[in-house]
Design a protein around this ligand. Sequence first.
Ligand SMILES: Cc1cc2nc3c(=O)[nH]c(=O)nc-3n(C[C@H](O)[C@H](O)[C@H](O)COP(=O)(O)O)c2cc1C
Length: 399
Amino acid sequence: MSRKLQTSFCGIQLENPCILSSAPPTQNKEGIAKALRLGWAGAVTKTCTCDDLITGDAANRFAVLRHSDRSIAGFENIEGLTHYPISYWEQAVRELKQEFPNKVIIASIMADDRCEKWQELALRMEAAGADAIELNLSCPHFRIESAMGAEIGKNEDQSANITAWVKKVVNIPIIVKLTPNVNNIQNIARAVIQAGAAALSTINTVQALMGVDIDTFEPLPIVDGHSAFGGYSGSAVKPIGLRCVAQLAQVAKVPIHGIGGISKWQDIIEYMAVGACCVQIGTAVMLNGYQIITTILQGLEEYVERKGIADLNAIIGASLSKITVRERLNMAWGAQSAVAVPEKCTNCAKCFIVCSESGKAAIQFIDKRITVDQELCDGCSLCTHVCPHGVLALLGVIG
Ligand SMILES: Cc1cc2nc3c(=O)[nH]c(=O)nc-3n(C[C@H](O)[C@H](O)[C@H](O)COP(=O)(O)O)c2cc1C
């Protein structure tokens, strides 16, 4: 594998930027080992907790939002943490580090408000050989009524306290995994960095309710007639993940692991461009298997070659200076829609309808062909998005 994909965080070398996030693909040692053999640079364990906090899982714990071709756009889960005791993970981490000394094993941990439990979990994982600890302050559904997970992660003081407790006892880097379900992720980031976080990761899942059965009125996923608010992940959440990573990169000087909706190599480039030094991937692996790493690494290699850049690190943060506030955008920029590929047009009239009802009525049919009236078009781009055949394109206009 090319050295051009190597990256690092907190002095820890990664052979490529791809880490398995804490999720079912990292639920046991065997799965993690299989993934590492296939080329993943590292893994975050399924979140470990104190033995007295482990719960079972509901039989039906997933629900999905589909595109019309049945591919999955969004994924919701109400899964809990690991089912294994901490002793299992101690042994697993030790054996994984022995077998794969050059891969990165990050131990994800979560406890309640007991300082000694956070410290015990962290100490045992450090002693087992974990390269870093990830504090799960961000699960939106596990024991939230006991003020755990995202309930802690929404509160600056509590997040900082827990980070400081763990920082006090371990020497390996502490990554704090932040929730997107907050008003201001930058404030939480500042608090945990001040308390000793060496790196940040985001996003954990977005709190959601996937749907309701319209005959029985039972919410999804149905567990004996009931459900709970769960965590939303997969492609649909990528825009939220990118926004959160960019917001962190704007204020934090520590490395950031980008997470959320990554399924292909292009997504990784986007996350790195807004400030991530590496990425974690969960749902795409659940839906497609560990093997997706092969295509991802190949795509990244080809990209680096094609762009002629020294290595992937060159693109970290490359988009940040181009993100501004709406009011500073150039409102005089004269983009307009144009019929770019007329031979693909089937006269379905979707563009005409949306432009006449929600746009500036710039699209007309002349001799059964669509045309864009450049006087009327204000370049909103709606027609380009609804066209099923890619007939229309937005073009920058000089002048
Ligand atoms: C079924 C499932 C279980 C998850 N379990 C955990 C967990 O135990 N700990 C954790 O920090 N994140 C957990 N996550 C969140 C993922 O690690 C990740 O942050 C989130 O799903 C967004 O990334 P993705 O779109 O690549 O999945 C879980 C996600 C899913 C879908």
